[in-house]
Design a protein around this ligand. Structure first.
Ligand code: NAP
Length: 381
């Protein structure tokens, strides 16, 4: 038998020896566990041999059984969620690609069978709503059209889900989604209303610096519920989105003034069938981009922006008024120029000018307050 040196006795405990044999950590462990060498020659030799053995047995790469490996696995898993996307159309698939890349487990369910498209991006597709709910996802991410959300939500077998499930929506109108969730979902479920202010066109290359609006409508105080919500939000934050927390009402006010106007102008221009020309200005290029961006969204989406945002009608009327006012401004100027050409300034200054017949069909000048006043011929100074 070998006499046990202090060095050996230090590691005679099996778990310590096992610890030493664990890859990268073993070398650090050696430095603080190995005591000064014993005085005798024999002991020195044995200790050296032992150290030598340790050096050989250490593998300088993380092993699956490593503490380090296990910890990093645990950290990666703790950042990921099991997310079920309901409504796997244009936008649902667009979001799924990034969520899968981030390591989340993504499931999907939709009216249409998207099994092939789902398999291509690493998503498990369930045609049956019961089946996907029985998978007990931590998050249900509703990506259905605005118009169908009520029906889809009511048709989900909520009793098959875990009672603490987090419901998230991405509808482009927020007060409607919030009211629907509060009305239909039992109190046990958490609710997060969100709106990524980008889509498959504007976010195709990156989500960096693109706004993401959210409202934590109902998140339980429990630590696990709070952290699940944060984990979900982090999926967008880590892509570089500008995270904006605001109420659903605030969102709808801003969105009607910005998004609804953008979509409306894009759709008006689309009706003009604009073509690219050999002399496109930068501004015109942007208009063509706008047409492309808005026309790639379904009409149902646009109609939803109008129907389910109470501020949209006012914006549509303002747009109409603005267009009328602009036309009147232009025609008012034209009117003035033609009068001058036809009758000269003399008659005008004598107040003898009559309405020329050719101009009688022009629209009236409205209240005239938005028009610049005609140049004054006499100085009043
Ligand atoms: P969409 O036309 O608004 O919605 C299409 C989705 O709704 C598909 O998953 C479709 O399922 C489902 N759907 C439509 N009618 C249905 C019905 N009667 N029953 C069941 N499911 C029905 O187009 P989208 O672009 O994919 O938008 C989805 C959601 O994301 C909308 O709420 C939209 O406001 C929001 N959003 C879109 C964008 C964007 O840029 N596109 C950006 C931010 C937020 P099937 O395909 O299975 O028929």
């Amino acid at each position: 038998m070998l006499s046990i040196s202090p060095t050996i006795s230090k590691f005679s405990n099996l778990s310590d020896l096992h610890h030493l044999n664990r890859g990268r950590y073993s070398r650090h462990s050696l430095s603080h566990l190995v005591p000064p060498p014993p005085s005798t020659h024999i002991r020195n030799t044995k200790t050296l041999r032992l150290r030598h053995n340790f050096r050989i047995s250490a593998i300088d790469a993380a092993q699956p059984f490593d503490y380090e490996s296990k910890i990093s696995d645990h950290i990666a898993k703790s950042k990921t969620l099991k997310i079920a996307i309901v409504g796997f159309g244009n936008f649902g698939q667009f979001l799924a690609k990034t969520l899968v890349r981030q390591g989340h487990t993504v499931l999907a369910h939709s009216r249409t069978d998207y099994s092939a498209a789902a398999a291509e991006i690493g998503v498990s597709f369930y045609s049956n709503a019961d089946d996907i709910c029985e998978e007990h996802p931590e998050v249900i991410l509703l990506c259905t059209s605005i118009l169908s959300t009520d029906k889809v939500l009511r048709s989900l077998p909520l009793q098959r889900l875990k009672r603490s499930t987090l419901f998230v929506d991405v509808l482009s109108v927020k007060e409607f989604a919030k009211d629907l969730f509060l009305q239909i979902l039992p109190l046990d479920f958490d609710i997060l209303c969100t709106h990524p202010m980008f889509g498959p066109e504007s976010g195709k290359n990156s989500w960096k610096d693109l706004p993401f609006v959210y409202d934590k409508v109902r998140i339980g105080r429990d630590e696990s519920r709070v952290s699940r919500c944060e984990k979900f939000l982090d999926s967008f934050a880590r892509e570089g989105c500008i995270m904006k927390e605001m109420t659903c009402a605030e969102h709808d006010q801003h969105a009607a003034e910005s998004q609804f106007i953008t979509h409306t102008v894009g759709r008006i221009l689309e009706k003009l069938d604009l073509d690219s020309t050999p002399i496109n200005t930068k501004g015109y290029e942007r208009l063509l981009d706008l047409v492309e961006n808005t026309s790639s969204d379904s009409f149902e989406l646009y109609y939803g922006l109008f129907m389910y945002n109470k501020n949209a009608m006012e914006q549509l009327e303002r747009l109409d008024l603005a267009f009328e006012s602009l036309k009147k401004e232009l025609f008012g100027h034209l009117h003035e120029v033609l009068r001058k050409q036809l009758f000269g300034t003399k008659e005008r200054s004598l107040g003898l000018l009559q309405e020329p017949r050719a101009l009688s069909k022009l629209p009236p000048n409205g209240n005239g307050s938005s028009l610049p006043s005609p140049p004054q011929s006499d100085s009043t100074n």
